[in-house]
Ligand binder design. Structure first.
Ligand code: MN3
Length: 241
């Protein structure tokens, strides 16, 4: 779901409430945090906080979405108040070339606009439904690049497990249109490397510590149960261009 679709979803939910109806989307809607003024908006999660149980617990999801992601959005809006161009450019364009961002706010943009983009990607990749394993073109590419799905998953788990401190592990289409596994620090995105993500997993402690404490490997193993491979296939198609 992109930002525009997210806004449509909110608009639709508000309309349904106004009409006195309780649609499925409203039944799933969370109590959204207050939306900040500014061009960046916190997208709704699209499913219940508890939807990814037992793999990711509801409290982690609520804090992660409503506080951590919301903080990146709030900070991005404060940066947009200082440099209005930020709110006018497509977010992927900003993150693909941070050299265009003024020096004084570049680190803030990297961390907070990056954090907003990474988390939106992450929420959309996870689902209580959807395909449970890769198929079609994506499966063929995974098999040819890594020798199989399990081998690819092992590489992502190693990249996430090996990330010192905070960051992300990604399956990407690199700038040569080949599948690769990479890790980025903090809220750095694959976009500035010229890579487009197919899937990505947040390995910041806030993503798993309440349930898994220091056992990041156990979180990574469980996380695969939340991946919607239909969404990963769509990401792959977009990334291949
Ligand atoms: Mn996070």
């Amino acid at each position: 779901m992109n930002r525009r679709q997210s806004l449509r979803l909110i608009a639709g939910a508000v309309g349904a409430i106004a009409a006195g109806g309780l649609s499925r989307s409203v039944a799933f809607a969370q109590t959204a945090p207050a939306q900040p003024a500014g061009p960046f908006k916190l997208p709704p999660l699209g499913y219940a906080f508890s939807a990814l149980e037992p793999h990711i617990d509801a409290q982690t999801m609520e804090i992660h979405h409503d506080r951590h992601h919301a903080a990146y959005v709030n900070n991005a809006n404060q940066l947009a108040a200082r440099w209005p161009e930020l709110g006018k450019m497509p977010i992927e364009q900003i993150l693909s070339d941070l050299s265009k961002v003024p020096d004084a706010i570049r680190t803030g943009v990297r961390n907070n606009v990056g954090g907003d983009w990474n988390h939106t990607f992450f929420w959309e990749l996870m689902t209580p439904g959807g395909a449970r394993e890769p198929s079609g073109d994506l499966k063929a590419a995974i098999d040819s690049s890594f020798g199989g799905t399990k081998e690819m998953m092992d590489k992502v788990n190693a990249a996430g497990g090996g990330r010192f401190g905070s960051g992300w592990a990604w399956l990407v289409v690199d700038k040569d249109k080949k599948l690769d596994v990479i890790s980025t620090a903090n809220q750095d995105t694959p976009l500035e490397l010229g890579a487009k993500p197919v899937l990505g997993v947040d390995v910041w402690e806030h993503a798993y510590y309440l349930k898994y404490q220091n056992r990041r490997a156990d979180y990574l193993k469980a996380w695969w149960n939340t991946v919607n491979w239909d969404k990963a296939a769509a990401n792959y198609k977009t990334a291949k261009g």
